[in-house]
Design a binder for this molecule. Sequence first.
Ligand SMILES: [Mn+2]
Length: 458
Amino acid sequence: MDFYELATACADAIKEHRNEEYAIVSHMDADGISSCAILSTALDRMGVEHTYQCIKLNEIASVSPAENMLFADLGSGQQDLIRETFPSSRITIIDHHQFETSLFEHHFNPFCTGHDGGKEISGSGMAYFLSRALDPRNTDLSALAIVGAVGDMQSLWGRLEGLNRVIVEDGRRAGVLSADPDLLLYGRFTRPIFKSLQYFSDPPIPGISGSESNAIALLSQLGITLRGDDWRTPSDLTLAEKQVLGTEIIQRILHELPPEFVALAPSLVFGEAYTLVCEDRYSPLRDASEFSTCLNASGRHGCPEVGVEVAKGNRGVYYDKLMQLLARHRRRLARGIELVHARGIERLDHVQYFDGTGISDTLVGTIAGLLLGTPGCDPYTPLIGFTPSDDRTVKVSVRCSKLLVRRNLNMGCIVRVVSRKYGGTGGGHAFACGAFVPLEHITPFLADVSSEIGKARA
Ligand SMILES: [Mn+2]
């Protein structure tokens, strides 16, 4: 069976039982929330009664059973548990994570048909292809699939590829998405240009990253005005201004970029930006990456359903609530960064770390990512943050520059192996991953991670 045949087989099974009850169980990150919104919209359109919930990975066992269950952006790695916990439910798994063996007939995963779920499609992309198989008119849901893909960092090197590309083309044709060459600055529609510049950090722009006044000075020097009627955002720049600014950023980056990465410099600054063209001009939902931040904020502050409803197109009170969650998210991140600055970042041979006690275990990774590439933190050494998750367990989050992946460093593998050695669990991406480690083992854990990085570099 090829990819599209598998989508059709799973869709046909759902149609066959359309008069029964359904429960969608999805992951509570941006990709999972997008997946949930796509599936819920597709079921709504078919008139299928359903509930949904977005959960953490370790909460599967406490989900109540339903006649039909759709697991999204999770499940492939938890098939044994799902079979045990829901013996009399009809199960469909829609996921993109790697797994060992497939136990379910309706298991829609790119690895089943030779596609790479790490690079070319996310959970929301899989939910999209299933929805499209349910009804070809569902191509307007492609925009949400791109929000999930970007949230899962599949456009890390500036452009979505593989099956994600098919979704981008569907989105263009449906008139809901545009994909244009642009500066890879965060906050294209919502931030003053100098703020976007100040926060550009992978790799850091020497003298500019982390400094508002220097970012402002650079823009003036380049003749780029900061204000029109209001602060100008990156999206307000003319093409010529973008070229001038991009070229300047590349030149500055080159001063401190390790020589092996020099050829990559342009791809770190210029890439493809994904715009949800039906959203308002200066809305944080207009840029796929900012939309995914909003969804993440809803999940991390315990209200994923607010994200799901907004993603389904329900605005009004849900939108207001989502903006409140986003503001809370930003405040908590700023407070976390202050806390780490006060405590300091420590260093071992091949890793830097901070004690994040006091920071929520759902935010410590994001904070590590924000600290990397700021003054006081080496941009080319992985950074670990840890914080208690309960009385006996520590949540460990690791972030490193995406450039280190080009040195074949895979932090996801290292963290998985070392956490297992100490009776914990962990894994994730090569540049962003995490683990739960028993409290008493945190010191040797850090030392082992450092020596494993050293071995990988040797
Ligand atoms: Mn995912």
